[in-house]
Design a protein around this ligand. Structure first.
Ligand SMILES: [Zn+2]
Ligand SMILES: [Zn+2]
Length: 241
């Protein structure tokens, strides 16, 4: 039923706003291949928690003391105008189809940067977990953008997506909060959906945008205390805090 509603919604949206490329306004798609190829990948690896250089996005030894994550991979540069428009259109104009373009970008980045082979990520040993949205926000938006992106990444890389986390606290939106406030805001906001997950799996947390990393850290904490050993984060872009 949900599927048909979505088709109807997309059909009506198409009548009102014919699909055109957010980059060059060419008709046909939300993002044409040319504009997709122009979005800049992150070429330098760094620790996303403190922005210091770090091989393959590994969390640096200093940040490791407060984080259960091994690495955070940031696919593209948030300063890219087309990318900002895409993320904004997905989240606030509710154009669900954009999740596919963002997923293609993330997958291209992973392949380009050799992360998949370096970290031995494959369909038998890895699952991807979207950062959950609280059900109140889910009801107003109708979807969780991180889950849509995770679905598409899972499809492209043949990785199993599992909704292993749920949000138990309806946190404020992080947008206007400072670093410390963000940490407190998401504290104890998540819990596990399943009491006996497969702890032998590597897990990759998926979110659209990371800022200070406090949400990812909090999710990782829950996964680590459940017993997961290898926890990574994959996001489309990092916004300045
Ligand atoms: Zn274009
Ligand atoms: Zn660091």
């Amino acid at each position: 039923m949900r599927f048909y509603l979505r088709l109807i919604k997309e059909f009506i949206l198409n009548l009102i706003f014919p699909q055109e490329c957010l980059g060059c306004q060419r008709e046909g798609n939300y993002l044409c291949l040319e504009c997709l190829n122009q979005i800049k990948f992150n070429h330098e690896f760094y620790c996303a928690l403190c922005k210091q250089k770090s091989d393959f996005g590994l969390i640096c030894p200093n940040c490791k003391r407060t984080s259960a994550m091994q690495a955070i991979w940031v696919a593209a540069d948030y300063n890219d105008k087309i990318l900002q428009d895409l993320i904004h259109a997905l989240k606030y104009k509710y154009i669900e189809g954009i999740s596919e373009d963002l997923a293609i970008l993330a997958v291209k980045y992973l392949q380009h940067s050799d992360i998949l082979s370096r970290f031995e990520i494959n369909e038998t040993n890895t699952m991807i977990i979207p950062v959950p949205l609280h059900h109140k926000r889910f009801l107003t938006r109708g979807f969780n953008q991180s889950e849509l992106i995770a679905d598409q990444i899972g499809r492209l890389l043949n990785l199993h997506k599992v909704n292993l986390l749920k949000r138990i606290k309806n946190t404020e939106t992080q947008i206007n909060l400072k670093r410390v406030e963000r940490q407190n805001n998401v504290k104890e906001a998540f819990s596990l959906n399943n009491s006996s997950p497969d702890l032998t799996k590597k897990v990759i947390l998926i979110d659209d945008v990371v800022t200070t990393g406090s949400t990812l850290k909090e999710c990782a904490k829950v996964l680590a205390s459940a017993g997961f050993k290898e926890i990574y984060g994959l996001v489309i872009a990092q916004r300045e805090d």
